[in-house]
Design a protein around this ligand. Structure first.
Ligand SMILES: [Zn+2]
Ligand SMILES: [Zn+2]
Length: 339
């Protein structure tokens, strides 16, 4: 442990940042969260640590918050999941969020800061959803990371696998990441409504029936959605899954249009193409009959790595955070990051 790591978080970029400085904290107004996803919205958020307002080349401003990594994690785990979740879930989340963040600090995804505050990186929504339990989970796992051989794992996670998790190449590069394997997850399918109220944050509770879902469009609705995302396709005549990953998530989809045909992938692009915002997942079957399209699907999110709702259910059933991590990240162990 020892050395304090400082993480730089880019919270928002706007033409003009509306902020209020308080005694020990600052409030940022109209922070956009869930960008591009179905829970996309704005909220005011309060933070601690240092604030820097950077002016970009195009005249916009970016709010950058620098703080201790462990403090950042207290907010992340209570933004990703409810801070009233079972302690073993919070501890598992602290370990994977720390592992992911340390990798991102070494190889930033962004210019000018290490991570953004939204789902693109990890949710970091400031102080309002945090409590003593989140702080306890971070403290009790202080410095712990997930290792595969001697390397810190790229711990991806998502809300619900839908019964089976996915492999790396369905979502990102064409590589095999040995600890991201397709594992059976019976847990997210038997979570109770009561547990969901406990483990999901306020706005996530608006998402219903994510384990097994159905979306229906008329021909006209689908044409409008697809052409708004992929202009010039024309009337959609067929949606043909060309390839599926290990869970069943489609990573290559042919859209046959009256004007042209396009093959799209990977999973996230397919989710964007077939929804005004974003489908819950790319694991679905397609039916077309009587002028309407039905997508029957499973899961919420990309599916690679830890299933947050499955992990919450494991914690409810008495599994330890180490058992939870060993289930979703195959062949890994807990260790400490090299200074
Ligand atoms: Zn990001
Ligand atoms: Zn699951």
């Amino acid at each position: 442990m020892g050395v304090t790591r400082q993480i730089k978080v880019g919270i928002l970029t706007a033409p003009h940042i509306d902020l209020e400085l308080r005694e020990h904290t600052f409030l940022l107004k109209n922070v956009r969260i869930g960008i591009g996803f179905h829970w996309d919205r704005h909220e005011d958020q309060e933070f601690e640590g240092q604030l820097e307002i950077h002016t970009n080349a195009d005249g916009t401003q970016t709010a950058i918050n620098t703080l201790d990594l462990e403090d950042y994690l207290c907010s992340v785990i209570s933004s990703e999941m409810n801070a009233n979740s079972p302690m073993e879930l919070l501890k598992a989340h602290a370990v994977i969020s720390r592992s992911w963040a340390i990798r991102a600090m070494e190889h930033p995804n962004h210019k000018g800061f290490h991570v953004c505050a939204d789902d693109h990186c990890q949710r970091y929504e400031g102080l309002k959803r945090m409590n003593e339990r989140a702080i306890q989970a971070v403290r009790e796992t202080a410095g712990q990371v997930l290792l595969y051989t001697d390397e810190i794992c790229d711990c991806r996670y998502y809300k619900c696998c839908g019964g089976k998790s996915e492999i790396w190449r369905t979502c990102w590069e064409d590589i095999d990441v040995p600890y991201i394997q397709s594992v059976e997850c019976p847990y997210c399918g038997r979570v109770s409504a009561k547990t969901l109220r406990l483990v999901l944050n306020d706005y996530d509770q608006e998402t219903k029936d994510f384990h097994d879902w159905k979306v229906t469009y008329t021909d006209e609705e689908l044409d409008e959605i697809v052409n708004s995302k992929h202009p010039g396709i024309g009337h959609v005549m067929a949606l043909e899954p060309l390839h599926r990953g290990a869970s069943g998530r489609i990573d290559s989809l042919r859209i046959v249009g009256s004007a042209r045909t396009e093959v799209i992938g990977k999973e996230l692009y397919i989710r964007y193409a077939l929804s005004k915002k974003c489908l819950y997942s790319s694991w679905f079957d397609v039916q077309h009959a009587n002028g309407s399209w039905t997508l029957t699907g499973h899961g919420w999110g990309h599916g690679a790595g830890l299933c947050q709702i499955g992990a919450a259910q494991m914690a409810e059933e008495g599994f330890s955070y180490k058992q939870i991590l060993a289930h979703y990240y195959v062949g890994t162990r807990i260790g400490f990051a090299a200074e």
